[in-house]
Design a protein around this ligand. Structure first.
Ligand SMILES: Nc1ncnc2c1ncn2[C@@H]1O[C@H](COP(=O)(O)OP(=O)(O)O)[C@@H](O)[C@H]1O
Ligand SMILES: CC(=O)N[C@@H](CCC(=O)OP(=O)(O)O)C(=O)O
Length: 268
């Protein structure tokens, strides 16, 4: 999402999915763009357990960059192909409600400020947009029952929305080839694992991969058919994973997380 060519390819893929009769919903991030503006404003850029330490001042910047810059840009790129994309944040029509998310580092709780966990999703607005043939583009910002606005990690927001929509797939794009088995010592990608296998690996995961895989686990445990971590540096990785492949069910790249018992799979 910081490379013009890749951004255009992503928008094309989403439009192609729509044309193929699927109902894509985009939840975007923007960590690098937020960090760049914080730097310019001389505000601290700090992450704990893969989540940005978010003061009220930083929250204003997060919301401005996500809803005012990254989301607008994606909506614009998709809409080059027709009147398709409509942007919203989790705040709109209470699409997502958040609660302060605690973080633990080495077993100790750390204060990461206004970081939220999605505790409730009202998918009505997203469903209504899908019904009208639109492509919802959702920024991961949500209000709490306390009226406070929270910064939600994009992967966790996507997982919560996928769960509430009963999505067939959660697809997460990142800047590596997938979940590496032995990061940072090796770049051998784990191509497929079950929810139970992922649960075992989770405590050993660090930085941005932790919320990403927590999101994948949550999604497949809560009814999403499968979750995929793909290399977003490869143009059209999304379309290949969703429509490509000999069986029309992905091209086998990246990491796929499947529920513990896949529907239709016969136990042997
Ligand atoms: N096991 C792992 N496999 C792959 N990447 C990992 C792993 N553990 C940590 N990482 C780091 O996580 C990063 C992806 O997370 P993040 O930067 O938050 O991604 P995004 O911006 O795509 O959400 C990778 O660039 C890599 O530095
Ligand atoms: C709580 C938290 O960390 N929120 C993220 C929201 C954006 C995001 O998730 O962006 P990426 O997908 O590019 O990482 C942040 O402030 O960076």
């Amino acid at each position: 999402m910081v490379d013009e060519r890749l951004k255009r390819a992503f928008a094309e893929d989403v439009v192609e999915m729509r044309r193929a009769g699927l109902h894509p919903v985009v939840v975007h991030g923007g960590g690098p763009q937020i960090s760049a503006l914080l730097d310019r404003l001389d505000l601290e850029v700090r992450f704990e357990a893969g989540l940005r330490v978010t003061t009220p001042e930083i929250m204003d910047v997060v919301r401005m960059v996500l809803a005012g810059q990254v989301q607008r840009e994606l909506v614009g790129l998709i809409n080059r192909h027709g009147p398709l994309a409509v942007g919203l944040t989790g705040e709109d029509a209470h699409t997502m409600t958040a609660e302060r998310r605690p973080a633990w580092v080495n077993g100790e709780p750390v204060d990461i400020g206004l970081v939220g966990d999605v505790v409730d999703v009202n998918p009505e607005t997203v469903l209504a947009l899908l019904d009208r043939g639109r492509i919802p583009v959702v920024s991961p910002v949500a209000r709490g029952g306390d009226g406070q606005v929270y910064n939600v990690n994009a992967d966790l927001a996507a997982a919560a929305l996928a769960q509430a929509l009963g999505a067939e797939k959660l697809v997460v794009l990142t800047d590596v080839a997938g979940l590496y088995a032995n990061w940072p010592d090796s770049t051998e990608v784990i191509d497929r694992l079950t929810a139970a296998e992922l649960e075992v690996l989770l405590p050993g995961l660090v930085s941005g991969m932790l919320p990403k895989m927590q999101g994948c686990l949550r999604a497949v445990r809560e009814g999403v058919g499968s979750a995929h971590v793909l290399d977003g540096r490869e143009p059209h990785a999304l379309l290949r994973a969703v429509l490509g492949g000999p069986d029309g069910h992905g091209d086998g790249r990246g990491t796929t997380v499947v529920p513990d018992r896949e529907p239709g799979r016969v136990a042997t």
